[in-house]
Design a protein around this ligand. Sequence first.
Ligand SMILES: Nc1ncnc2c1ncn2[C@@H]1O[C@H](COP(=O)(O)OP(=O)(O)OP(=O)(O)O)[C@@H](O)[C@H]1O
Ligand SMILES: [Mg+2]
Length: 535
Amino acid sequence: QLISELKKLRKQITEMEKTKTKLNKANIVVQEALEYAESIVETVRESLIVIDADLRVISANRSFYKTFKVTQEEIKGQLLYELSNRQWDIPKLRELLEDILPKNTMFADFEVEQDFKNIGQRTMLLNARRIYREANKKQMILLAIEDITDRKRIEEKARKIHQELVEAHENLQKAYKEEKNLRDKLIQSEKLASLGLMGAKIAHEINNPLSVISGRAQMGMDMDTSEKVKKTFNIIFKEAKRIGNISSTYRNLSRPTPPKMENVNMNEILEECVENLETTGVIKHYEVKKYLQPNLPEVTGDRERLIQVFNNLIVNASHAMIDKEVKILTLESSVSKDSKFVEVSVKDTGCGIKKEKIEKIFEIYYTTKPDGLGTGLGLVVVKDIIEKQHKGRILVESEVNKGTTFTIKLPIKRKAKSKILIVDDDAYIRELFTDYFERKGLDVFEAQNGKEALQYYESIQPDIILSDVQMPVMDGFELAEKVRAKNPEQKIFLMTGLYFEHDIMKKLEKSNIKHFTNPPDFSVVWKMISEELKR
Ligand SMILES: Nc1ncnc2c1ncn2[C@@H]1O[C@H](COP(=O)(O)OP(=O)(O)OP(=O)(O)O)[C@@H](O)[C@H]1O
Ligand SMILES: [Mg+2]
């Protein structure tokens, strides 16, 4: 029995030994796993720190000590927020950390950018999660901190480079567009120049025969023949004139002669144009409506060339309406809302122009007309005359199958206001004259005495000076003398209330300067001044 007991015992021992070996093995595996984990923790570049439920530091890895330049002794058992000048005491971080254990949450990629103790301005990226140890039922937080300062810097640089690249690309595109525009313009002007050259040659060649035709036609008009024949000669004469105009247009495209500027009334230009086109038969079988604003302000322009502009526009309008049932030509003139331009529009009920072609119509040789009817030059000439020679603008509105409106805007001639300088030491008198002359539409300037008037004289360049005689510092006589020394043509009036002072009046009479006495009779004063201004 003993033996059997012994055997049993031995068996048990063997079992136990087996279990022990198994346990040992397991222990080794655990140990190894731990070491493995620890070696990972120690070698990762991220800084890791473990804190307990009270947010006190349990441990940290090598990278943490290295990155934040602290030692284990300095931080172990400390509250996280109290470390390194409370640099982790950030309200939002506190909130996040305090939520992790009770709510079993985690957070990722919380960015902290600040001046860190020992290491300076840096950007750190924080990740945190709960770790739970079954053995001692302990809850902890693992905080992983990554220094992303360099990465951010590089990212920022990359962003900037990208931005610059985008801008460079845009600039390049802009430059390309400009270059193309320039090239197009160059081609245009080359075309114009060669055209002009050719035109000049042709014009020269046809000039002599044209003179003969024109001369003979004029003689024919004076001959003793029937009215019918005379009328025919008249037509020949007018058409010859037209040819002359056309050939001079060609010449002007390359070597434009300066326009002959004069004051013109656009209503008259329109009327003349319509009359011409009616006699030459361009305007035929269709209605012309005219809405011309009476008393239209004048513009400065070259009569002949402006007539040519509307000729070209009306001829185009007539062509556009050829196949249309409704043919109405509307001519309108008005003053622009801002009162700066006279606007004249030519409106037709023709075929219209497609949107994408509107830009094209001003290009040289662009025409949709069959040979003989159009050369594609009309609007080139219009644009040149209006924009280059008259500083005006052209607007086009068009709707296919409805019609087209060309609006020409020409700057209204502004009369520069006459400038008057009032010199008087009495502020009320100055105010009185200023009010009066401003109402008369003059530009009024004031000075308190002769010296002040002289000081501003050059910059004001008054058309007329109206000065008191007796003033402190410098009186009216001295002012007149000094001003005349600068500009003998200067118009100047003296005025005085001291008509009872014999000496002054005598001096005034002798001085040969126009004068009147105060209080002023404005109707007399204005008569004198306005006459002087007209001279
Ligand atoms: N009122 C209009 N309605 C419709 N299309 C128009 C009108 N005016 C101009 N166009 C279009 O613009 C083109 C260019 O006009 P432009 O006056 O420059 O040349 P053109 O009339 O063809 O020839 P020309 O040199 O004899 O004037 C015309 O061929 C036509 O297609
Ligand atoms: Mg034309």
